[in-house]
Design a protein. Structure first.
Length: 291
């Protein structure tokens, strides 16, 4: 198989097909199917040190994020750690977010991600003519501004939850929907007065709220009426309503997955079967592989 074929086709048996769904996966597929293929299939095995050069580069690029996504990552990571560890002092939140930023930014600038593919890569650092000093200053200012907004509202409420009501959960959070493994990214989960509360970063969606209800039913035997879904939007904790149709929201997930999995019905995933939306090429992480 040629080097090009290694990133243009991947054999996967029907039993091995990954039946998984998340909002990020859905957004990527409907933004550009080619980006979806390269992210989930073309980069397979690229984290291994013995992988070929193209596979390693694809796997490194899949961990590339833009500044808004990276800021959300920082905020969510620190809040999650504070919440599950029993933290109750939102005043130190900003300092902890800034400390994480400095550690991760140092890893990026020193190129440690070439050897450890778990390290994120900020897209803006890779752009031609990028001014790293100016970019760092802008990023620090944006992180400080967002962390302060979170401290003023959402953090006050979430970290006031008594430790004995807080629930430990893995990140990301797997939710079983039949044979489908779905994933959410909560910042906090707690039980209070018989209600299960789940907090995520905005935007809200019926599908995500439905997964919260499914998780509550699977893990705690709670009905949807006993679930409270929340999102943090601009630092404010906001309640999200239950879907008008619980079954309809889950059906949307099933329909999404049917479309995502369709190119592999024969057991082979080929790059050419995944449509490339050329409107996103300039901003795409994988543009050097898409021709």
């Amino acid at each position: 198989m040629s080097e090009k074929d290694k990133t243009s086709a991947l054999a996967v048996s029907e039993k091995q097909r990954p039946l998984s769904w998340s909002l990020r996966r859905r957004e990527m597929f409907f933004r550009c199917q080619r980006e979806y293929f390269l992210h989930y299939y073309g980069s397979a095995g690229g984290h291994e040190l013995h992988a070929d050069r193209d596979a390693r580069l694809l796997h490194r690029l899949r961990n590339m994020v833009d500044m808004p996504e990276y800021i959300n990552h920082l905020l969510l990571t620190v809040l999650y750690e504070l919440f599950i560890s029993g933290g109750d002092t939102p005043e130190f939140f900003r300092a902890q977010v800034e400390a994480l930023l400095q550690r991760e930014l140092s890893d990026m600038l020193l190129g440690r991600g070439e050897f450890d593919h778990k390290i994120l890569l900020l897209r803006e650092l890779t752009l031609p003519g990028a001014n790293h000093i100016q970019l760092k200053s802008e990023l620090c200012a944006a992180v400080r501004r967002n962390a302060e907004l979170w401290q003023q509202n959402a953090l006050q409420i979430i970290l006031s939850v008594p430790v004995e009501q807080r629930l430990f959960f893995p990140m990301p959070l797997p939710v079983d929907f039949g044979e489908i493994k779905c994933f959410c990214a909560p910042a906090a989960i707690w039980l209070q007065e018989g209600f299960l509360n789940i907090v995520e970063i905005s935007p809200a969606s019926d599908e995500r709220t439905a997964l919260h209800c499914l998780y509550a039913m699977n893990q705690y035997g709670l009905s949807p009426e006993k679930v409270r879904s929340w999102v943090i939007a601009d630092g404010v904790l906001q309640a999200t309503p239950l879907p008008e149709s619980f079954s309809g929201a889950l059906r949307n997930i099933r329909n999404d997955l049917d479309q995502m999995m369709f190119p592999g019905r024969s057991g082979i995933y080929c790059e050419k079967d995944f449509y490339a939306d050329r409107n996103h090429c300039e901003q795409c992480r994988f543009h050097i592989f898409c021709n």
